[in-house]
Design a protein around this ligand. Structure first.
Ligand code: ZN
Length: 281
């Protein structure tokens, strides 16, 4: 058994804290990290003693996004893990196998976490890049350290946005387009002004602030918390969120197929340099 890439902590009664724990890789998401995180979310969701779930990250950065260094065939990458979706077909050639994997571990897992009935809070410090957004956005609340920065640089890599395409709901349509078109950083303060982030606090106070917030929420009746969450989520879904994200996901798969035909890889290699620059602005 490989050690989990996620720490499961109970820092206060009724509060579970899941900590991304690949700091040497800037918490890049390989398949194992995503399934370890899913297991941790399931554990917290199923524990009736837990009311609030915090998602945090060790090290200076929340997450540098998907781990593009993960090699091997898709079927081999997926083989060690028990999948949660039923699309399957990871051994299929071409777009079929790639779409199956991304539908399961990217769109599927992020949507699954978004729909956990209990309140969830993301605590974000440092860089939160592309796939990193797909960990923070599914949480109900986001608290950012004052050094936090957010970016989706996938357009530079020839793709129209990350797989969990929540940008218009998180930022509003106009700023969503700016983020996507430019690959520029969004600061914690800008993200708060747009409503994407709830609170910005000094980096040294992030952990304590989020714990206090979680404890305040945990004093409320869990059933009412679940109902409040369900009602707000239903409002987003009534606006067509699920259908719009499905359309964006299909376009995302088209981009991967196009890049495979033109560049021989699922992303435009020219954009990988932008990605590298983005890590150390
Ligand atoms: Zn993709």
């Amino acid at each position: 058994m490989t050690a989990s890439t996620i720490l499961y902590e109970t820092p206060a009664p009724q509060v579970a804290r899941l900590v991304l724990n690949r700091p040497d890789a800037r918490n890049a998401q390989d398949t194992r990290l995503l399934y370890d995180l899913n297991d941790a979310f399931d554990r917290a969701a199923r524990d009736d003693g837990v009311k609030v779930i915090v998602l945090a990250a060790s090290g200076p950065h929340f997450s540098s996004g998907h781990d593009l260094r993960e090699g091997g065939a898709i079927a081999e990458q997926m083989a060690p893990f028990e999948t949660v979706g039923t699309w399957c077909g990871f051994g299929c050639a071409g777009a079929e196998g790639r779409m199956a994997r991304e539908k399961e571990i990217y769109l599927g897992l992020s949507e699954r976490w978004r729909n956990i009935p209990k309140p969830t809070i993301a605590a974000v410090q440092g860089k939160c890049i592309a796939g990193g957004l797909m960990l923070a956005w599914p949480c109900d609340l986001i608290v950012a350290a004052d050094d936090a920065q957010f970016a989706d640089n996938t357009v530079a890599m020839g793709v129209g946005g990350v797989e969990y395409f929540a940008h218009p709901w998180e930022l509003g349509p106009r700023k969503a387009k700016e983020l996507l078109f430019t690959s520029d950083w969004l600061t914690a303060q800008e993200a708060r002004a747009l409503g994407m982030v709830n609170q910005v606090v000094p980096a040294a106070e992030l952990e304590a602030f989020v714990l206090a917030l979680a404890q305040k929420i945990a004093t409320k009746p869990l059933f009412a918390l679940k109902l409040a969450k369900e009602a707000v989520n239903a409002a987003e879904d009534a606006q067509g969120r699920v259908q719009a994200m499905g359309a964006a996901f299909a376009l995302h798969q088209l981009a991967h197929s196009h890049n495979m035909q033109v560049h021989g890889m699922p992303v435009d290699p020219a954009g990988l340099q932008v990605r590298g620059k983005a890590k150390t602005p």
